[in-house]
Design a protein around this ligand. Structure first.
Ligand SMILES: [Fe+2]
Length: 200
């Protein structure tokens, strides 16, 4: 077993209680995380990342929404659209996740915390929390954003019905250069066709 795998297992042990608590509040969390890890890893390989970078990416994907543990239930689980003040609180999950990860005693903690902080930045600078744009956004955050977007669109949530693969790819292609990195979307469009995580 190589070092990345050891670190990943250690991380799972460190965060098991946190993840369990979050799952009890949001039942979609566990399977969502598993799919986002797998899709992120496939994208990381397609982007020719190093083994170390892919290890960091998988840990970041595993914990990308851990900050939602700090979001009140009436906002986290609200069916329908959030009010502007509620949306501000929901968006704080990126920084809350960064804060939680910084407390973990694992290798590459600063890098993982930074990737989680920026997983909702948009390519055109209209995301959050820091309005980074283009290649200012860490590449692992840009990869995570594409994988997270596809899975969120194709799964039912309290605020929307699941869309088909075809519908999801129309949305994702429409977000090239605005929300998502165009080059990473193009790689994703190729690899998802043969992925076990391709939606119906
Ligand atoms: Fe998120």
């Amino acid at each position: 077993m190589d070092k990345i795998q050891l670190d990943y297992n250690k991380l799972c042990l460190c965060t098991e209680a946190l993840r369990c608590a979050l799952e009890h509040r949001d039942i979609h969390t566990q399977r969502h995380s598993q799919r986002v890890i797998a899709l992120s890893e496939a994208l990381g390989i397609a982007c020719q990342l190093s083994a170390t970078e892919i290890g960091i990416l998988k840990i970041s994907a595993s914990l990308h929404d851990i900050g939602k543990i700090g979001i009140p239930d009436n906002i986290l689980l609200k069916p329908g659209t959030l009010e502007p003040d509620q949306w501000l609180i929901m968006k704080s999950h990126a920084q809350k996740g960064e804060d939680i990860i910084k407390k973990l005693e694992i290798q590459n903690t600063p890098a993982i915390a930074n990737i989680v902080r920026h997983h909702h930045e948009h390519y055109d600078g209209q995301g959050y929390p820091d309005q980074l744009s283009g290649e200012q956004i860490p590449i692992l955050s840009r990869i995570l954003s594409v994988a997270d977007s596809y899975d969120a669109i194709t799964q039912s949530r309290s605020y929307h019905q699941a869309k088909t693969h075809h519908q999801a790819m129309q949305i994702i292609h429409g977000e090239k250069g605005t929300k998502l990195d165009p080059k990473i979307v193009d790689l994703f469009a190729l690899l998802i066709e043969t992925s076990q995580y391709k939606a119906q």
